[in-house]
Design a protein around this ligand. Structure first.
Ligand SMILES: *Cc1c(COP(=O)(O)O)cnc(C)c1O
Length: 402
């Protein structure tokens, strides 16, 4: 038995079976390359689900983490710390936000965002029991966040949350469901897990206007779209529609668990001292790395170079899509891309992902019918080309096997 097999078998013995990991076990990584326990090399178009935004073990992140690890690991929120305050300042300088709250995962940021919205309504003396969310949404796996995700994620036992689900990109559908009872509208500017579907600019604009009209807070879940993935630091900047609250996660820590809620001072004030918290939120190790991630991604030449390389990426993908009959649609924004299978190959995304691994390519799925690609934003032109070639190889093999 090889090492991959051995560890994978051990997983089955000791883990609650909520995951069904791939047969290969990543062991080391650098930049956009990963090596498994048996020494096989992979080109990474997955980035650990859009997380490793600067690739693996970026020298500046390694340095930031190493330096912080020799100073202070943890102090709790009974104290503040320098990396967290510096990161908060940087986030506010780079966005609409004036105040932030740090947590450790996307769902925690979304929970805090909704709690904040309810507290804010309460403080304003308004009766607003409802949340408006969207079909095919994904906001996390806690009880609340599954309740506001697509029906498929919601727990069968139900919940006490008063959630309505509108159709994504349909302002008519929103108009039917939004009212003065709506406390907050939560939306992903590009639905990630739901199939990599970008919102229309006009839709987000109209949604914002409806929120203003009904005094509902607009929450952008940018856990997946944030930190440069759409070629802007946050997708709201791409769309030119500013939310009241924004959640960021995944890429924010460059691979270290870190998430944040961004908002204005006026709204943020509704979470008064003692009303919310987290043991690890704002952890100095995480924030030291996050600060370095933001410094890199907001450096003047970084996002322009992402814009240039994503054009090459899209051209390559368009050529692949047109030269084969496997995918009917190519969509997304920047370095967040979805390839939807033709109806004949419906349900094949996971099989395609496994096949790609045999060819040395890591990619993602977004539901059963969509292959999702999320390379590191600093991937080299050469690695990008290699990835596209491995993808072409995978498509050929996939077609032959049908
Ligand atoms: C991944 C994701 C989440 C959940 O993040 P976790 O860190 O897994 O809790 C929430 N919203 C969106 C849009 C995501 O992509």
């Amino acid at each position: 038995m090889n090492s991959n097999q051995q560890i994978r078998k051990q997983f089955d013995q000791y883990f609650i079976p909520n995951y069904n990991p791939m047969p290969v076990v990543p062991n080391t990584a650098k930049g956009s390359k990963v090596w498994d326990l048996d020494g096989k090399e992979y080109l990474d178009f997955a980035s650990g689900i859009a997380v490793s935004v600067l690739g693996h073990r970026h020298p500046k992140l390694v340095q930031a983490l190493t330096e912080q690890s020799q100073k202070l690991w943890h102090s709790s929120n009974f104290f503040t710390n320098q990396p967290a305050t510096q990161l908060a300042q940087k986030l506010c300088e780079l966005t609409f936000a004036e105040n932030v709250f740090f947590a450790n995962s996307g769902l925690e940021a979304n929970e805090a965002a909704l709690k904040l919205a309810f507290k804010y309504a309460e403080q304003q003396g308004q009766n607003k029991p409802e949340i408006l969310a969207f079909e095919n949404a994904f906001h996390g796996r806690s009880w609340l966040t599954t309740s506001i995700s697509s029906n498929k994620h919601a727990l069968k036992i139900g919940s006490d949350f008063n959630v309505r689900r509108a159709d994504f990109n349909s302002i008519q559908s929103v108009k039917k469901l939004i009212s003065d009872q709506t406390c907050a509208v939560i939306i992903e500017p590009v639905q990630g897990e739901g199939g990599v579907r970008p919102a229309d600019q006009a839709f987000l604009q109209a949604l914002k206007e409806l929120c203003v009209q009904h005094q509902a807070l607009l929450i952008f879940d940018e856990v997946q779209t944030g930190v440069g993935r759409t070629t802007k630091l946050y997708a709201y900047q791409y769309y030119g529609v500013t939310p009241d609250i924004l959640t960021s996660g995944k890429a924010l820590g460059g691979g270290f668990p870190l998430s944040a809620v961004l908002t204005t001072q006026k709204i943020g004030a509704a979470l008064a001292a003692g009303s919310h918290g987290s043991t690890f939120g704002g952890n100095p190790l995480a924030c030291a790395v996050g600060l370095e991630v933001l410094k890199e991604v907001s450096a003047p030449s970084f996002l322009p170079s992402v814009s240039e390389r994503q054009v090459v990426f899209w051209q390559g993908l368009q050529r692949l899509q047109q030269s084969t009959s496997v995918f009917k649609a190519l969509r997304g924004l920047g370095f967040l891309v979805g390839l939807e299978f033709q109806p004949a190959f419906a349900g094949q995304a996971a099989n395609f992902m496994r096949l790609a691994l045999t060819q040395g390519l890591m990619l993602l799925v977004a539901g059963p019918n969509v292959v999702r690609l999320a390379p590191a934003l600093n991937i080299s032109a050469a690695d990008l080309q290699t990835g596209l070639e491995l993808l072409e190889q995978t498509i050929q093999l996939f077609s032959e096997n049908q």
